[in-house]
Each structure stands twice: as structure tokens, then as C-alpha cells.
Design a protein around this ligand. Structure first.
Ligand code: ZN
Length: 308
């Protein structure tokens, strides 16, 4: 599975705390789709979790039952595509009204009234990302973008990102093949934005990839590996290894629950592995966020032990 798909699956697991935030996320999911008007409300996604998220939220916040269809796209290497539509004039009018839109609108803009509490904006932007966003595999570059069909909507999204309170975030806007692309690039910006949007495990993987790239570069430059490894405070993997060593020396790894012990030994032997690679090496395999969760338990456990 791609990094972007993993990221979206992770985001789909986070549940908004308040009903206003659920509504804001649903708004983002539908507003940035292929169409959002009296004639047609339609969003298309390759991600099953996203399609089910829209269906669930539309029913929950607007009482609208969407039509969900999947088809195989030959153009895209036979991948599954899901289209989510709202059928019937009554349902569409009801949905537009629920989000404060007029039925005959030509110029689609973001209605601020759907952003109620301080967390609503993050939920709304997560919905927008799930609908029209993607993030590049960090092994290639650090880049996150939203592809928006309408100019004014893209401008509104740019402003929303500028106001969202993520430090250092400097989103940009550009054109590509008749669409408007709102993007953020750079390791720190993309990491912070992923965390803000509800994908901390994806953010962590990105940081880890950067660390590994740096380590590889340093080895390639034939510098001393020990020097490269000195960046321990910044490295999650190194923190985990230290925690495991501490447990091994104090209580012994044998005292860990079975599911933590296997992972602890694996991490100890493979400090360079990404969370995904670790998960694939476990039997049975475990998702990246599952691995992240277990490693966090190990680190937490080590912190409860007395210092040597
Ligand atoms: Zn809210």
C-alpha cells in the first residue's frame, strides 16, 4: 500500500470528539469533491475507508443516505475506484442547506459557519485532504497537496491553511492541468501538517525516513558511523533502542508481554528498519500504526523503570 493510502487509513481511524467537528469533516469531504451543487453532489476516491467515512458522516450529520459504487479503473492499473453520490433533489437540497449553501450557487466558497469550535478547522481540513489530497512517499520527496477543481475554493483553502495555527506552515497555490493545487513542502511543514490532520504515525515515519537518509548520506560520505549515530536525541529509533536496552538490563526482555518482546528483539537487531518494515517482519504482520503503538508502550514502560 502507498504512503498516501496508509496515511488516509490512519486519518479515518481518528474519531472527532464533538458533533460540530464531525460535521466540519463531512463538509470538507464533500465540498472538495467532483461536484457540490443542486444538480450533482459527487466525490470519487480510490480509498475504501474514505468512501465509508463519507457515507457514515453524511448519514450522521445530515441524515443523507449516499449512493456508494465501486468500479475498476482500467486507466489506473485496474485499481478500485469508489464514487459517492447523493441521489435525489430533496436529499441534495437538504445537504446543501445543512452546510449553509444555496441551491443555485455558481461560485463555490468555504462557508465559515461550518467551522464552530477550535478543533473544527483541523477536522474540516482532514476531510478536504481525505477527499482531494495526497502526500508523496517521503523516500522521494516531502510534499503534501490538495487538488481543487475551482479557483476561489482553492484560494479559500489556502487561507484556511494559513490560519490553521500550524507553525512554520507556508502553503502555496499553483495550477496544474486545469486544476488548482494547494501544497505544502519540506520535511518540517509536511510532518507538522500530517500530525495536525490526525496522522501522527505517518508523520513519524516521515521523520524516520529523513533520519535514515541522513545516516545513509553520512555513511556514503565515509564519515564515521558513530558520528552519524550521535543524533540520538532526535531519532525515534535510537530512543526505542535505548528503552529496550534499559528493560533488558533491568528486568530482562523475557518479562515483557509476548507481543512486545518479539518487537523489542526485532528493533534491537534492526535499528535502521522503518515502522512499516518492522510490522512486515512480525508474525502475524502488524500495521505501521500498530507497531508505533507497541513501541510507544515499550518506551513508556522503560520510563517507569529506575535510572541505572
Ligand atoms: Zn468542532
Amino acid at each position: 500500500m502507498s504512503f498516501a493510502a496508509d496515511t488516509k487509513n490512519e486519518m479515518c481511524k481518528s474519531v472527532p470528539q464533538r458533533s460540530c467537528c464531525s460535521k466540519a469533516e463531512c463538509y470538507g469531504l464533500l465540498l472538495f469533491g467532483r461536484s457540490f451543487s443542486r444538480a450533482s453532489v459527487c466525490m470519487v476516491t480510490e480509498n475504501a475507508a474514505v468512501a465509508h467515512r463519507v457515507a457514515q458522516l453524511a448519514a450522521q450529520v445530515a441524515g443523507v443516505i449516499v449512493d456508494l459504487r465501486s468500479s475498476i479503473s482500467r486507466r489506473k492499473e485496474n485499481r478500485n475506484t469508489f464514487s459517492v453520490t447523493v441521489e435525489g433533489d430533496d436529499q441534495r437540497n437538504h445537504l446543501l442547506h445543512a452546510f449553509g449553501h444555496e441551491a443555485g450557487e455558481i461560485n463555490l466558497r468555504i462557508h465559515r459557519k461550518n467551522i464552530v469550535c477550535p478543533e473544527c478547522l483541523a477536522s474540516f481540513l482532514r476531510g478536504a485532504f481525505l477527499c482531494c489530497g495526497t502526500v508523496t512517499d517521503p523516500n522521494k520527496e516531502y510534499h503534501l497537496e490538495f487538488v481543487v477543481p475551482y479557483s476561489n475554493l482553492a484560494k479559500d483553502l489556502l487561507v484556511a491553511l494559513q490560519m490553521c495555527g500550524v507553525e512554520r506552515l507556508q502553503p502555496g497555490l499553483t495550477n496544474r492541468k486545469g486544476s488548482f493545487v494547494v501544497y505544502s513542502k519540506g520535511m518540517e511543514q509536511v510532518t507538522d501538517l500530517l500530525t495536525y490532520l490526525g496522522a501522527p504515525a505517518a508523520a513519524m515515519e516521515l521523520m524516520q525516513v529523513k533520519m535514515l537518509k541522513e545516516v545513509r548520506n553520512q555513511i556514503n560520505r565515509r564519515t564515521n558511523f558513530e558520528t552519524a549515530n550521535l543524533d540520538k536525541t532526535a531519532s525515534a529509533a535510537a530512543r526505542q533502542v535505548l528503552a529496550i536496552q534499559k528493560i533488558a538490563e533491568s528486568t530482562g526482555l523475557g518479562e515483557l508481554p509476548e507481543e512486545l518482546r518479539e518487537l523489542a528483539e526485532l528493533r534491537l537487531q534492526n535499528p535502521e528498519m522503518s515502522l512499516r518494515e518492522l510490522g512486515e517482519s512480525l508474525s502475524p504482520p502488524l500495521s505501521r500504526s500498530g507497531v508505533n503503538h507497541r513501541l510507544q508502550r515499550i518506551v513508556d514502560l522503560a520510563e517507569t523503570l529506575p535510572e541505572r
